[in-house]
Design a protein around this ligand. Structure first.
Ligand code: MG
Length: 185
């Protein structure tokens, strides 16, 4: 076994800390999820959304993307990157798309609803995403806004599938009947 392997617990703790340090709460992201999914499910609660965000935040792919993004934002803020990357990230240059690419890559595990929701959030920044985008202080959020969209889109997709599965859950017997009918037919 690789003795340098980093334990998942440490990665999870670091990802959650990165989010908190950058002023983003789970509720901030859950509110975006609620807005995205409520039109499709009037029984949706904020608790459903908070739980879904928490589940997404324990996924390794999301954590890695978040850690990379937040680290680059932080280094840019501290003016520790080398040029020209320092200026590109600090100014969130229009043609720089690596922030979107990393965030987009992280939603792929959650299927097509996550992909389309991410696209929507990227164009129509809402809630905390808009707040970060409009922040005119000398904070750098070039990667963070896209990562919030990525986490929210993943949580929205996860929720959409979960709620449908719960509504339509088959008993073992029902499943057997369907399988038998299909095999005989
Ligand atoms: Mg960005």
């Amino acid at each position: 076994m690789d003795s340098k392997r980093v334990h998942s617990k440490d990665v999870t703790a670091a990802a959650l800390k990165a989010l908190a340090d950058r002023g983003v709460t789970i509720d901030d992201i859950a509110r975006i999820v609620f807005e995205m999914q409520f039109p499709y499910n009037p029984n949706l609660t904020m608790d459903n959304c908070v739980e879904s965000v928490q589940r997404v935040l324990v996924k390794r792919e999301i954590q890695h993307a978040l850690l990379v993004g937040v680290e680059l934002d932080r280094l840019a803020e501290e003016k520790k990157l080398s040029e020209p990357l320092q200026s590109i990230i600090e100014n969130d240059e229009g043609l720089f798309g690596v922030d979107e690419t990393i965030a987009f890559g992280a939603v792929l595990g959650y299927g097509s609803i996550a992909v389309t929701t991410f696209g929507h959030l990227d164009r129509n920044k809402i809630g905390k995403i808009r707040e970060l985008d409009m922040d005119k202080s000398d904070k750098v959020h070039t990667f963070l806004d896209d990562m919030i969209a990525s986490i929210a889109a993943s949580a929205a997709s996860r929720l959409a599938h979960r709620l449908r599965d719960e509504e339509e859950r088959l008993t073992g017997e029902e499943l057997n009947i369907i399988l038998n009918e299909e095999m005989i037919g």
